[in-house]
Design a protein around this ligand. Structure first.
Ligand SMILES: Nc1ncnc2c1ncn2[C@@H]1O[C@H](COP(=O)(O)OP(=O)(O)OP(=O)(O)O)[C@@H](O)[C@H]1O
Ligand SMILES: [Mg+2]
Length: 294
C-alpha cells in the first residue's frame, strides 16, 4: 500500500473552517480518534455500524463526525435520516467548492453528531488520498471521534477511506466469504493502524445447529481484539426504513449491542453476552412445559 502522505500545513489551514454552532475552542487542540469501519465484502454492516456507533458516542457526550467515504453510492445519510439535508459533500470540500462548515450536516436530535456526506455522481478515483488525509485531519481538530464508513472492496475507495485513519474496526458476518475478505483487508491495513473486530448478524439458533460459524470460529481465523458481537435482527430493517438508528429502537438487542461497543471504544470493560435465540410461540409453550427443543 502507498505510504500515507502527511497533509501540508496549507491544506490543513484551508480545511480547518469552524463547524456551525460549535466553534473550536482553545481546549480543542488535541486530535480526535479517526477510525475507519471496513470489511472487504459488501453488505456486511459497515454503514449500519458507523451510523449506530456515531449516534451512541454522541449520546455519550462526544463530538462525532461520521464520514461517508463510499463515493458514488452514498448510504450513511439515509441510515441517519439526513438525506433531505445533504447539499454539499466530501468532494466539494476537497475541490474547495465549499467550506467544511457548509458540507457538514448536523443531526437534529444529537447536536454533537455531524455527517460529511459522499458525492453520489462521482467516482471513487476522483478522491486523492492526500486530500482525504487532510479532510480527516481537519475533522480531528474539531471532533472527539471521526468515523469513516469505508466502501466495499480493496481498491481506491478502500485506500482513500483508510488513508486518514489511525484505527480500524473490521466488520464481518459469520460467513466464509466475508471472513476471507476481512482477512484480506486486515492484511492491507497499514501496520500502524490497529484493528478491532465486530462480528455482525450472528444467529444463535444457526450456530447451535452448527450451520453458522460461531464468533470463536471467526476469530480463530482473524485473531483481532473482539470489540463486539451483533445479532441478526429485523429491527434493523425497521430502523433503516424510518431513518432512525437502531439504538433508538426500544428493546432491540442489536441496538444494545452497538451501545456496548461504543462504551468499549470509550475504554469501558463490558463483557460480551451470550445471545439467546429468540423463541417463537411454540418454543415458548414447550419451555413452559419444561420440554427443551432438540
Ligand atoms: N445485525 C443486522 N441484522 C439484520 N440486518 C442487518 C444487520 N446489520 C446490517 N443489516 C442489513 O444488512 C444490509 C447491509 O448493511 P450495510 O448497508 O450496513 O452494509 P455495508 O457493509 O455498509 O454495505 P456496502 O458494502 O454495500 O456499503 C442492510 O440492509 C442492513 O439493514
Ligand atoms: Mg455501506
Amino acid at each position: 500500500m502507498k505510504e500515507i502522505e502527511t497533509p501540508s500545513d496549507a491544506a490543513l489551514a484551508r480545511l480547518q473552517e469552524p463547524v456551525a454552532g460549535a466553534p473550536p475552542t482553545v481546549a480543542q487542540t488535541a486530535y480526535g480518534r479517526a477510525i475507519v469501519v471496513t470489511s472487504g465484502k459488501g453488505g456486511v454492516g459497515k454503514t449500519t455500524t458507523t451510523a449506530n456507533l456515531g449516534t451512541a458516542l454522541a449520546d455519550a457526550g462526544k463530538r462525532v463526525a461520521v464520514v461517508d467515504a463510499d463515493v458514488g453510492l452514498r448510504n450513511l445519510d439515509v441510515v441517519l435520516g439526513l438525506e433531505n439535508r445533504v447539499h454539499k459533500h466530501l468532494l466539494d470540500v476537497i475541490e474547495k467548492q465549499c467550506t467544511m462548515e457548509e458540507a457538514l450536516v448536523r443531526d437534529r436530535v444529537r447536536r454533537t453528531l455531524y455527517l460529511l456526506p459522499a458525492a453520489q455522481n462521482r467516482e471513487k478515483d476522483d478522491v486523492p488520498e492526500a486530500a482525504m488525509c487532510s479532510v480527516i485531519r481537519a475533522l480531528q481538530t474539531q471532533f472527539d471521534f471521526v468515523l469513516i464508513d469505508c466502501p466495499a472492496g480493496i481498491e481506491q475507495g478502500f485506500r482513500n477511506a483508510v488513508a486518514g485513519a489511525q484505527e480500524a474496526i473490521v466488520v464481518t458476518t459469520p460467513e466464509v466469504s466475508a471472513v476471507r475478505d476481512a482477512d484480506r483487508v486486515i492484511g492491507l491495513l497499514p501496520p500502524n493502524v490497529p484493528a478491532k473486530l465486530i462480528v455482525n448478524r450472528v444467529r444463535p439458533a444457526l450456530v447451535r445447529k452448527n450451520t453458522m460459524m460461531s464468533v470463536d470460529d471467526v476469530n480463530n481465523i482473524l485473531r483481532l481484539e473482539l470489540i463486539g458481537v451483533v445479532p441478526d435482527e429485523k429491527e434493523i430493517i425497521i430502523a433503516t426504513n424510518r431513518g432512525t438508528p437502531v439504538i433508538d429502537i426500544e428493546g432491540s438487542e442489536t441496538g444494545a449491542a452497538f451501545r456496548r461497543i461504543a462504551r468499549r471504544l470509550l475504554g469501558e470493560t463490558i463483557e460480551i453476552p451470550a445471545f439467546q435465540e429468540r423463541q417463537g410461540l411454540f418454543s415458548r409453550f414447550m419451555s413452559t412445559l419444561g420440554i427443551a427443543r432438540p
